[in-house]
Design a protein around this ligand. Structure first.
Ligand SMILES: *Cc1c(COP(=O)(O)O)cnc(C)c1O
Length: 370
């Protein structure tokens, strides 16, 4: 699905040097590389505070802890996403409220969001799925009306730009009260292990969170709040410092590969190519098709048989996952997600494609769906 080796080959000299320098310095934890990466990412995102942490799942959990969400508070998020989002809500004994997504963008449906609000609702977690932003302007309006926090899960959309109606733009993850991301190797800005970060313009919230990621300590061995141990290690930070300057060109390469797929697939009436909302750029963490009038699972098997990597993100709606079932959910409220889990298929997407490689994937698919 991704070609991390070819990407590494192009930056190998710098990466190897940076990693060896960290090893020689022996500043493995909270070393200067972490602080430098933090500053460089703040600059790139144009956000006041970046707090690095151990992974994208921790980032979500710590964001919710930092906002002071409490047992029984309801948190609304999308039914069609990776489980990490709902997992941390449940772990913190908050109440996950899953809502349907839009058919064409795969992102939070605003009417479904509004319908799900109760007096207990405290936060909304839009997930910028597959690389494009959810409708943040509408989400911020709802949040303002009901006094809710907005936590952006930007694990799949780092680098995407959101444009407001007045023409101003912001980076994905810096629009709500707080944003989170993951540096998992296959993410658009991936390190060579686990990593994550939290973004916010709110200095007080940033201060709270900086202590929380370090056992709730603001002064060494004085624990003011219950925290966690969640750090980005110095080796990963050093690698991310090498890769961050390439992020825009990586996003560009993904967009180019997506355009190439799109042009080829418009020919088929059985394939619906991904659309991009006009208020956001798309950084194509995933390139995801919807298949109609042809059995998606047969296509999946056909591609597997022919050695074409592909994946079903996601095969089960979260509200139907055993761990997250809840008697309040009604199938009628999830018509889009229920259809998507049956019809989506994601194709290889990375920064190192040749047109020849894409041609093989395209022709194998077009031959099958006709
Ligand atoms: C990858 C991902 C996460 C979790 O990130 P990890 O670093 O693997 O913990 C959370 N949310 C979404 C939408 C993701 O894609």
């Amino acid at each position: 699905m991704v070609d991390l080796q070819s990407q590494y080959n192009k930056i190998q000299e710098n990466v190897d040097k940076a990693v060896i320098e960290v090893i020689r310095s022996a500043a493995f934890i909270n070393g200067p590389e972490v602080k430098s990466f933090q500053t460089e990412l703040e600059e790139y995102l144009q956000v006041k505070n970046v707090i690095p942490c151990a992974n994208g799942t921790d980032a979500l959990q710590i964001a919710m802890m930092g906002l002071g969400l409490e047992q029984g508070d309801e948190v609304i998020t999308a039914d069609f996403t990776f489980a990490a989002t709902v997992e941390v809500i449940a772990l913190l004994k908050l109440i996950p409220v899953l809502v349907d997504v839009e058919m064409d963008t795969f992102n939070l449906d605003i009417d479904a969001l509004k319908k799900a609000i109760t007096p207990k609702t405290k936060a909304i977690v839009p997930v910028h799925l597959f690389g494009q932003c959810a409708n943040m302007e509408a989400i911020l309006e709802v949040a303002k009306e009901y006094n809710l926090y907005v936590i952006e899960d930007t694990a799949q959309a780092i680098g995407a730009d959101y444009t407001f109606k007045d023409g101003t733009t912001k980076k994905a993850g810096t629009i709500g009260n707080i944003g989170t991301t993951s540096f998992f190797p296959s993410k658009n800005l991936g390190c060579y292990g686990d990593g994550g970060a939290i973004f916010t313009d709110d200095d007080d919230l940033a201060h709270t969170i900086r202590g929380m990621v370090n056992h709730g300590m603001y002064k060494r061995y004085y624990h003011e709040v219950i925290g966690v141990n969640s750090r980005l290690d110095s080796i990963q930070a050093a690698i991310l410092r090498i890769k961050l300057p390439y992020l825009d060109s990586y996003c560009e390469a993904r967009k180019k590969a997506a355009d190439y797929y799109n042009t080829a697939f418009v020919k088929s009436t059985k394939i619906i190519t991904p659309i991009t909302s006009d208020f956001t750029t798309h950084v194509f963490h995933q390139y995801t098709l919807r298949i109609i009038d042809v059995d998606r699972n047969s296509l999946h098997e056909h591609l597997n048989k022919n050695g074409i990597p592909n994946a079903i993100y996601y095969p089960v709606a979260l509200h139907n996952q055993k761990a997250y079932q809840d008697s309040r959910y009604k199938e009628d409220d999830f018509t889009n997600t229920n259809q998507l889990v049956e019809t989506v298929i994601s194709l290889p997407m990375h920064t190192e494609f040749s047109e020849e490689q894409q041609d093989v994937i395209i022709s194998t698919i077009l031959d099958f769906v006709k």
